[in-house]
Design a protein around this ligand. Structure first.
Ligand code: HEM
Length: 478
């Protein structure tokens, strides 16, 4: 190509720090969108000592995630998760290769394949009944419900029961330690780490700021949490539940030597940690944004409620058999994932060898960030992109399975989210039930436009402020 040897365009760089000063951590996806407006769909950034490119168009995303999928299937070093993943012994942050392939295969059998997803159905339906009961209590007292908290608990209960065979209710002492551990992990995921950008000396600075000590404590907490769970499962006196949980499955696979690779207890702990964080945070984020957008758009809320209510009538509750009929609800979820993808920059990738994109030179070990959030709001592909209009999906064949690069909330290619099916069924079932069972109103004195959309980004993008809505029981069918 005529551009041979040239780096992609990007903002001017300072010595040593390069472009680091331009990155605000809490809204990185917005900052990067602005850079792409100025410099184009492929932007080069020098992040301290680490080269990075930002991809912000469907065409470039296809180039990276499809044509150069293999070359860019690595994951960069990430100090914030390095310890807690037992030095990348997990799946999300694992380097590409035989180890990753084996872990992914094991998890697909244990959790992600259709058969396994279905086998945990009773847990989801059970936890949703509990959620609806607790909302009912608020509804009869007309107190606003903290939906962010309620949804997060339900998502965690579902994932924990699937993974560990038990949940950690907020009210218990075990539960408060559990949520404290998760809060600390969230805070640490978003912390600036010098080691990410200055591979040789950064860790010294992180020691000085106290970050390393915090990461060590976080690691110790997760380690003893998982150690206890594994010990409980290995106890011969434990009464086995009817349905094997993921810990049981992984321990069995380890014993049977199902896997050809080294599969230690640390690998199991790292995988459990992935499932917990990747499973509960993404589904919570999607559901909270969906309810926020619906509360801000009451006509859409009404239409989605009419759909579920007219199809379910007075059956009392929605089960997973009902979900396939809710076409409009599915569009609401797609539209939420377009505007507020839980992982707005996917999970960063890293090139494993030198490659050329659009004639530009990309060296080995370059971090690749795909701005799925910006692509989902690009007027080149979407009409009125900033507006919440689920109807745009009703007559369109665009879906999120990684083939339509203007809409990639689950990523695409080798590293595409393996939890898509599980995540979608959790989101659909909870949202359908919330809309079926209750009418949702704004707390007194609050107007639609007062509900803020402020986001907090740290790989996962949560709504920053909790969403409070008033639930009233829908009397049509109770
Ligand atoms: C709405 C729900 C979800 C969304 C939007 C989502 C999104 C994503 C994205 C964007 C990636 C990175 C893909 C890439 O690098 O190209 C990913 C990876 C991953 N997700 Fe999800 N996810 C969701 C639910 C789940 C659930 C429920 C689980 C597990 C219980 C899960 C487990 C994982 C794992 C293990 C990976 C790493 C795959 C790998 O690196 O090979 N996800 N997810």
């Amino acid at each position: 190509s005529t551009r041979n040897g040239v780096l992609p365009p990007g903002p001017p760089r300072f010595p040593i720090i390069g472009n680091l000063h331009q990155l605000s951590n809490s809204t990185l996806h917005c900052t990067l969108q602005q850079l792409s407006r100025r410099y184009g769909p492929l932007v080069y950034l020098q992040l301290g000592g680490v080269p990075a490119v930002v991809v912000s168009s469907a065409e470039m995303a296809k180039e990276i995630l499809k044509i150069l999928d293999l070359e860019s299937s690595g994951r960069p070093f990430h100090a914030n998760v390095y310890k807690v993943t037992y030095k990348k012994s997990d799946m999300v942050f694992s380097s590409y290769g035989e180890y990753w392939r084996e872990r992914r295969k094991i998890c697909i059998i244990a959790l992600f394949c259709t058969k396994s997803v279905q086998s945990f159905r009773f847990i989801r339906e059970d936890e949703i009944s509990i959620l609806l009961k607790s909302i009912s209590k608020f509804a009869s007292a007309s107190n606003p419900v903290n939906l962010s908290e309620m949804i997060f608990s339900t998502a965690n209960n579902i994932i924990c029961r699937i993974a560990f065979g038990k949940s950690f209710p907020h009210e218990s002492s075990e539960g408060s330690a559990f949520y404290e551990m998760l809060d600390e992990r969230h805070a640490l995921a978003g912390r600036f780490a010098f080691a990410n950008y200055f591979p040789s000396v950064g860790w010294m600075l992180d020691a000085l700021t106290g970050l390393n000590a915090k990461l060590e404590r976080d690691f110790q907490r997760f380690d003893s949490f998982h150690k206890q769970i594994i010990e409980d499962h290995l106890d011969p006196k434990r009464t086995k539940p009817e349905k094997e949980d993921i810990v049981d499955t992984l321990l069995r696979m380890q014993k049977d030597k199902t896997s050809t690779i080294d599969f230690t207890l640390d690998t199991i702990k790292a995988i459990l940690m992935d499932i917990l964080i990747a499973g509960a945070d993404t589904t919570t984020s999607t559901l909270v944004w969906a309810m926020t957008l619906l509360a801000k758009n009451p006509t859409v809320m009404k239409k989605a409620q009419n759909e579920v209510r007219s199809l379910i009538g007075n059956k009392g509750k929605i089960t997973e058999d009902d979900l396939h009929q809710f076409h409009y609800l599915k569009c609401v979820i797609k539209e939420t994932l377009r505007l507020q993808p839980p992982a707005p920059l996917l999970v960063p990738r890293e090139t494993m060898q030198h490659c050329t994109i659009d004639g530009y030179n990309i060296s080995s070990k370059t971090v690749v960030m795909v701005n799925a959030w910006a692509i989902g709001r690009d007027p080149q592909y979407w009409e009125n992109p900033e507006e919440f209009i689920p109807e745009r999906f009703t007559k369109s064949s665009i879906d999120f399975r990684g083939q339509h690069f203007e809409f990639i909330p689950f990523g695409s290619g080798r590293r595409i989210c393996p939890g898509m099916q599980l995540g979608v069924v959790i989101v659909e079932l909870i949202l359908a039930n919330l809309l079926y069972s209750f009418n949702w109103e704004l707390p007194e004195g609050i107007k639609e436009e007062d509900i803020d959309m402020e986001a907090l980004f740290a790989i996962i993008m949560h709504k920053k402020n909790n969403l409070h809505l008033v639930a009233t029981k829908c009397n049509d069918h109770h």
